[in-house]
Design a protein around this ligand. Sequence first.
Ligand code: PRP
Ligand code: URA
Length: 213
Amino acid sequence: MQKFENVRVFDHPLIAHKIALLRDEKTNTKHFRELVEEITALMAYEALKDVPTKKVTVKTPLESCTQNVVEDDSVVIVPILRAGLGMVNGVHTLFPTAKVGHIGIYRDEKSLLPQEYYCKLPDHIEDKICIVLDPMLATGGSAKATIDILKKKYGCKKIKLMSIIAAPEGLEAVATAHKDVKIFVSAVDRQLNEKGYILPGLGDAGDRLFGTK
Ligand code: PRP
Ligand code: URA
């Protein structure tokens, strides 16, 4: 999937190790939540590489020096409810001042089409780096719909997407529909099943994060 210029697939042994644990049906809710956070933080380190910085003067115990620091107000994260919520703390570990906008989207069980039911974003996000968070990119419908909303309704110009596991179909759909959006994923799985679940995947991310099944 490195064939799309806007897609970055992480190939790192530490992330792979954590994904193996995440997939395991024996992993309990607490551990699952921790793993999603840890993987997100590792991914965010790269995804935030181009965050704007400014120079400040710092006085060390020995002398003053000039040092780059990040622009606090430059990043907004947009978790797709519910499962995207599990990734919020992972980004905040590295970038605690990121504001959070919430988008509620669920997939209709039959059509698999995304249904929006909630949207609350910070004001004036058009020039911020907006990072959409959803651990699962299956058909790509939820991510595509979210990116469409951010672009069309809110004028966002700098959008990124972070997903932990993607199906090839969904990744291709989002990468081609939104060529300007940089997509970060940590695994590209084999395929979707007839119900739109990723194989081998990890099951239903929302249910496993929140213990609803
Ligand atoms: C899951 C997942 C994604 C979406 C991915 O959400 O968290 O948002 O499916 O599928 P797609 O790429 O085919 O759109 P779900 O609809 O199960 O809602 P939930 O997070 O509230 O459980
Ligand atoms: N959503 C999930 O949580 N898991 C999948 O496999 C597909 C969509």
